[in-house]
Design a protein around this ligand. Sequence first.
Ligand code: C5P
Length: 232
Amino acid sequence: MGKDVIIACDFATKKQVFDFLDLFKEEKPFVKIGMELFYAEGPEIVREIKKRGHKIFLDLKLHDIPNTVKKSMSVLRNLDVDMTNLHASGTISMMQAALEGLTREDGTRPLLIAVTQLTSTSEETMKSDLLINEPIDKVVMHYAENAKKAGLDGVVCSPLEAEKVHNACGKEFLTVTPGVRFADGDKGDQVRVMTPAQAKEIGSDYIVVGRPITAAEDPVAAYRRCINEFVG
Ligand code: C5P
């Protein structure tokens, strides 16, 4: 898979997501389905979006004992998604178990991406709540290296970290980066942002873009602008 724009479909209901996808007549964008929609609508929503011809990143961020994660991944693999994820903090053995569960009998599997430290966790709360005393950058890179050791395909990270991750884990190790905004756009609640063109420049493999597309006056035009800047 090459560089692509993944639209974060952070909608609460099936109707909202289909009204949004119906706007796209020519393209079939790669979409991210998160916990909110998945828990509300169940696995059928994934099958229906897949049937419409979209690639899907199923963002459920699994984290449990290795055996449970393995068995859950072997259920998810039947949904035929293109990418899914877990928390690297679940340890290398959990990530290895996840990969085993996700791999189909014919050897194929969706891409498996790790979340390192959530961007909502600051260095301060990492220290006070989790008793992790290393600098957060070091923790993020360590988790990325663990994901690489476990055989995963990449990590979710800030576009600002993508270059460092590639330097440490190799160019082939995928960086999937949210926090993307147009130069003339509203940042919303994102703090450290990059434009699609800058994300391309620093080597992100996939950008995850939500509100700059979903809340745009013309979502199709906003999507095309992202594609042109990032891929085109
Ligand atoms: O609307 P916006 O472009 O900010 O959406 C970004 C998407 O990426 C959301 O689905 C958000 O949950 C997700 N995300 C993020 N930052 C992370 C991990 C995921 O913004 N560190």
